[in-house]
Design a protein around this ligand. Structure first.
Ligand SMILES: Cc1cc2nc3c(=O)[nH]c(=O)nc-3n(C[C@H](O)[C@H](O)[C@H](O)COP(=O)(O)O)c2cc1C
Length: 528
């Protein structure tokens, strides 16, 4: 870059200003020379702008071009605090976020003056109530579901609402500890995420150990599943269930890599890998390559764990592949104790935008399909279904349980309960609230005991909201919820119940091949 190429206006203007200040300092008063404190740094910043090559706008508009980047950085905060309406924030609206914060803080959570929702808008949904409502005090306040089939020696009494998979690494140690302590106080479970069981998870709360394609905590040197290591880890009494992860809604079919630089001795010890090396989590499992092989692994895990419930998590992709899993359960006689269905709307610490936006069946579609298929193969009675995907209030629970789920998970709402403000910085290690970062300075602000109380409150009040809704509908237990209890507006003048939109599959009907082909002919089951 030669002086000739520098934008002339900036150079001439700056030099004139420097000369003017020098003249004023010499002829009028030396006090004018103080102006150099401002002018010279700005001049040098301008020179830096002109000589750098990364940002064209700074090169052609020195100093002024910087304002664009300042505005860009301020945009999310301005949008969140000054522009977004109560109902418009994404992925969680301000209204949803406020409700989570109010419940976590035990603050007033009632609203004045009626709903702000447009009840005539397409997609508006509501629950059927009854003139024979119950007193909510007479219902079980902490509904639970037993997980563990006949092959399970240590069944687990799972809360209806639990903390979904989020690894230490994507969450800070303080956030993980706060969640675990909250779970302990509330008697619900925390899923470790695929990063393995860390010391921060061991605060006394119940754990669901997630095993992903990286097999962290049970990984052999060659990256495969190591039965001995698995048996050692799973023996911890806080681990109540094991979840084999096939995929998650925010990035199904996408593997990951833990770069050598981030593979610290602490992380390496937790994950059971060599510190300072690149560690691969492939997009597929190495321990099996067929549905039957997967069932064998589930059986092996259950045996190695001394009979703890073992299930798997997936976001529905190909309907046929889910069919194949069900057929393998029947063929091998090995059934998972639970299946977790995650929705395409699910969250993550970081994912490619195409994967988050455009891969993975949304929860309500995936869940209804999975429930129907399990019923069709006569498997639902033996398998608990857990659902995840933006389930953050009583109505979300009601709707998903009515659809057929037995219990629910929540991830991002729990992050909010420990202080997340939806700053959307999880992938930068700069989370301002210390929830999704490993920066020690940032995580200092998150007080573990205070936030554990909030996790407990949020769970407790959300489950209470579910119980109140059940009572208002004349129901006594979540198991009485059915698709007929939820209505959806299809257009201004058309309203349908969920059982009309998602007709129940008759139990066992898919065991009859004639019925299967008839259902496909009618396109009830989609492409096969
Ligand atoms: C920070 C973060 C980390 C996550 N890590 C995992 C993970 O390790 N394994 C997994 O199966 N899902 C992971 N998830 C997905 C959640 O467990 C959950 O399935 C999804 O976010 C939907 O729940 P939500 O809408 O309540 O957030 C993660 C989500 C978030 C926000």
């Amino acid at each position: 870059m030669t002086v000739k190429n520098l934008p002339k206006k900036f150079l001439i203007g700056s030099l004139c200003l420097i000369a003017l200040v020098a003249a004023a300092g010499i002829f009028l008063s030396p006090h004018f020379l103080w102006a150099y404190l401002l002018i010279l740094p700005l001049f040098f910043m301008g020179i830096v702008d002109i000589t750098q090559k990364n940002q064209a706008i700074r090169r052609t508009h020195p100093l002024l071009g910087r304002l664009r980047y300042v505005a860009e950085n301020l945009r999310p905060a301005v949008q969140q605090y000054f522009v977004e309406s109560d109902l418009s924030g994404k992925p969680f609206s301000r209204r949803k976020r406020s409700l989570i914060y109010q419940r976590a803080k035990k603050a007033q959570e009632t609203v004045p003056f009626g709903t702000q929702l447009d009840v005539y808008e397409t997609g508006y949904e509501w629950m059927v109530h009854s003139i024979y409502a119950h007193d909510p005090k007479n219902l079980v306040q902490d509904p639970r579901i037993k997980v563990g089939g006949v092959d399970c020696k240590q069944p687990y009494n799972l809360s209806i609402y639990n903390i979904s998979a989020m690894s230490f690494g994507s969450l800070s140690p303080n956030a993980v500890m706060a969640m675990n302590k909250g779970a302990m106080k509330g008697g619900f479970a925390q899923n470790t995420g695929e990063g393995g069981v860390s010391p921060y998870h061991l605060q006394g709360g119940d754990l669901i150990w997630q095993v992903g394609t990286g097999y962290f905590g049970c990984r052999a040197k060659d990256g495969n599943f190591d039965p001995e290591r698995f048996a050692k880890t799973v023996a911890h009494p806080n681990i109540k269930m094991v979840e084999l992860k096939l995929s998650q809604g925010a990035k199904p079919g996408h593997g990951g890599i833990l770069p050598a630089a981030k593979n610290t001795p602490e992380i390496a010890a937790i994950r059971g890998v060599e510190p300072g090396t690149d560690v691969l989590s492939p997009p597929y499992h190495k321990a099996f390559n067929s549905p039957e092989g997967m069932m064998m692994l589930i059986k092996q895990m259950r045996e190695l764990s001394g009979g703890k419930p073992v299930g798997f998590k997936l976001c529905i992709g190909s309907e046929r592949e889910f069919f194949d899993l069900c057929k393998a359960m029947i063929k091998t006689g090995i059934k998972p104790d639970f299946i977790t269905i995650d929705g395409g709307e699910g969250g993550t610490g970081a994912a490619p935008v195409e994967f988050s936006d455009s891969i993975g069946m949304p929860l309500r579609d995936g869940l209804s399909f999975a429930i129907d298929t399990l019923r069709g193969f006569n498997l639902k009675k033996e398998i608990v279904v857990i659902a995840a995907g933006k389930i953050s209030c009583g109505f979300d629970l009601v709707r998903i349980i009515a659809m057929g789920a037995d219990a629910c998970y929540c991830a991002r709402a729990m992050m909010m309960a420990v202080g997340c403000i939806q700053a959307l910085e999880c992938h930068t290690n700069k989370c301002p609230t210390g929830v999704a970062t490993q920066d020690k300075q940032l995580m200092k602000g998150l007080d573990v005991n205070d936030k554990a109380e909030r996790v407990y409150n949020f769970h407790n009040k959300t489950v209470h909201a579910l119980v109140e809704m059940l009572a208002a509908s004349g129901l006594k237990s979540p198991s009485e919820l059915h698709r007929k209890h939820i209505f959806r507006r299809i257009s201004m003048s058309v309203v349908k119940r969920y059982d009309q939109l998602y007709p129940d599959m008759p139990e066992g009907c898919l065991l009859d091949t004639d019925i299967i082909s008839e259902l496909y002919k009618q396109e009830i089951l989609g492409e096969f």
